[in-house]
Design a protein around this ligand. Structure first.
Ligand code: SF4
Ligand code: SF4
Length: 299
């Protein structure tokens, strides 16, 4: 039975393609964006999240942890050592305060199909469907191809939210079963792209050009203060998008928010904080795309 590592399923989503959608988030990513708002999506493995704010120091976790990752010190002070954790999940079963949480679960095709078709009526009324997001969903391309095929057989609109930092063969394999692609476009300059995401954008741009010959695309640009929130970057991005002909149907400018910092702390990691561009700045940057002749949405 084929399965995928899934870390979230969001019903009634309004921002992941046309209409009302169910968004299925697959775990594992080929980029490491410094501003990632879903840092729990980067690893392809199941992970344990610890929320220190919720911990009441009851000690239940320490009683079941055989790896020595959960320690109780004097005066009910609890200490969690992520490096010792072997992800058995036992502590998540006994932590009634909700401080220990599993992130990531194997889901079968039939389980996801059931989740996805549940809201069929809503999709039909709103022009919506199912979106696969990540992380990078195309890292699980074989599974993705088959589940997309099943949704298409059910007559459900399928969108794929991707950064395209994958071999072209992965993109090509899902093309017959995907109606729409939401493509993240981080930074136009390849050196900067490498600095902030861990990879140059050459392959991404090549894949994007090839994809544009075949499918409609929404471009999603995270706008990060001090990184790409300048008109030069946005004008260069718009110039590249012009080369893709009429396949770009919408541009979304997504203002930076710092939710990833809290989530990262639950993984025992620290993340850099960036500046959130203000509304006027977002409006100015949106103007850079006016010649594309497509809707530019600011979120
Ligand atoms: S079981 Fe939960 S609330 Fe109790 S000490 Fe462990 S993490 Fe804290
Ligand atoms: S998941 Fe298992 S190994 Fe990790 S802290 Fe919890 S009980 Fe210990």
């Amino acid at each position: 039975m084929k399965r995928a590592m899934v870390y979230n399923i969001q019903h009634f989503s309004l921002h992941d393609g046309s209409g009302i959608r169910t968004t299925i988030f697959l775990k594992g990513c080929s980029l490491h964006c410094a501003w990632c708002h879903n840092p729990e999506s980067i690893s392809s493995q199941m992970q344990i999240l610890f929320d220190a704010q919720k911990c009441i120091g009851c000690g239940a976790c320490a009683k079941v942890c055989r790896a020595g990752a959960q320690q109780m010190e004097e005066q009910s002070i609890h200490r969690y050592e992520a490096a010792k954790c072997v992800q058995c999940g036992a502590c998540t079963e006994v932590c009634y305060a909700g401080a220990m949480e599993r992130c990531g679960q194997w889901k079968s095709q039939s389980e996801l199909l059931e989740e996805g078709i549940r809201d069929r009526q809503l999709y039909e009324n709103s022009g919506g469907g199912v979106t696969f997001s990540g992380g990078e969903p195309l890292l699980q391309a074989e599974f993705l191809r088959e589940i997309c095929m099943e949704f298409k057989q059910e007559g459900i609109h399928v969108a794929i939210d991707t950064a395209l930092q994958v071999p072209w063969e992965a993109v090509d394999s899902v093309l017959p079963y995907a109606d729409l692609f939401l493509v993240d476009y981080k930074v136009d300059d390849s050196e900067l792209h490498q600095k902030y995401t861990g990879a140059r954008n050459d392959r991404i741009l090549q894949n994007l050009s090839r994809l544009a010959e075949k499918k409609p695309i929404y471009i999603r640009i995270p706008v990060i203060g001090g990184v790409n929130d300048n008109e030069e970057n946005m004008r260069q991005t718009a110039a590249f998008l012009q080369t893709l002909g009429g396949s770009v149907k919408q541009v979304d400018l997504l203002s930076y928010h710092d939710l990833g910092i809290q989530k990262s702390a639950k993984l025992g990691k620290r993340m850099q904080r960036f500046i959130t561009p203000d509304a006027q700045q977002m409006q100015r940057l949106a103007q850079c795309f006016s010649e594309l002749g497509v809707e530019v949405l600011i979120d």
